[in-house]
Design a protein around this ligand. Structure first.
Ligand SMILES: Nc1nc2c(ncn2[C@@H]2O[C@H](COP(=O)(O)OP(=O)(O)OP(=O)(O)O)[C@@H](O)[C@H]2O)c(=O)[nH]1
Ligand SMILES: [Mg+2]
Length: 199
């Protein structure tokens, strides 16, 4: 590839880029989903990776998913678009910072651990509170009903009913069952994202 075409390829093209926000409570499976989006991975930026390069001896480099203390970004090529996927940590201490990432979002993906019945109403409250924010007005919503491999997992329709997703107006939304650990259902969800992007 010539230098000029390489530079053209690297140049940002806002028409062809989309900002996807990946949110949900801690332990929902957001980072595991992000990892599954690896097929056409362009870049991954994570605070932990940056810290590791600064303090190589202090941080272990095991590949297991650990709770996200800040955020991860991954850029994925799909349907001729560059999807910049922002995965923000879901621990309650970090949730107040979610709103800092709302602006210019093209699609919101909300992940739910379907085995976590005890926190179903908590995750629903977080979701509906967030959707009231003006910056997320009319932003399409995909809910991933995750951890379907586990025997006690609620089905996607059970979750949709319990959260009252039908109450959502003036917004395209969808709920998809998935198993982030083996990737089941992730592609179907991302296909919906590409078809329903605000742009
Ligand atoms: N059995 C099963 N475990 C899963 C699935 N998805 C994620 N997990 C596990 O759930 C735990 C939490 O997953 P993460 O991806 O770190 O969750 P997160 O939403 O990024 O959590 P925070 O970063 O704390 O907000 C990890 O141990 C994952 O291996 C799934 O589909 N099935
Ligand atoms: Mg995480």
């Amino acid at each position: 590839m010539g230098l000029l075409s390489l530079l053209r390829k690297l140049r940002p093209n806002p028409e062809k880029e989309a900002r996807i926000l990946l949110l949900g409570l801690d332990n929902a499976g957001k980072t595991t989903i992000l990892k599954q989006l690896a097929s056409e991975d362009i870049t991954t930026v994570s605070i932990m990776e940056q810290m590791r390069s600064c303090f190589p001896n202090r941080l272990s480099n095991h590949s297991q998913v650990t709770p996200t203390a800040g955020f991860n970004i991954k850029s994925v090529a799909a349907d001729g678009f560059k999807l910049n996927v922002w995965d923000i940590g879901g621990q309650w201490k970090i949730r107040p910072y979610w709103k800092n990432y709302f602006a210019n979002t093209d699609v919101l993906i909300y992940v739910i651990d379907c085995t976590d019945r005890a926190r179903l109403s908590e995750t629903g409250s977080e979701l509906f509170e967030m959707l009231m924010d003006n910056r997320l007005k009319r932003v399409p919503l995909l809910v991933f009903a995750n951890k379907q491999d586990l025997p006690n997992a609620m089905s996607a329709s059970e979750v949709a009913e319990a959260l009252g997703l039908v109450r959502l107006e003036e917004r395209s939304w969808e709920i998809k069952a998935c198993t982030a650990v083996d990737g089941t259902g992730i592609k179907e969800g991302m296909d919906w994202v590409c078809k329903n992007m605000k742009k």
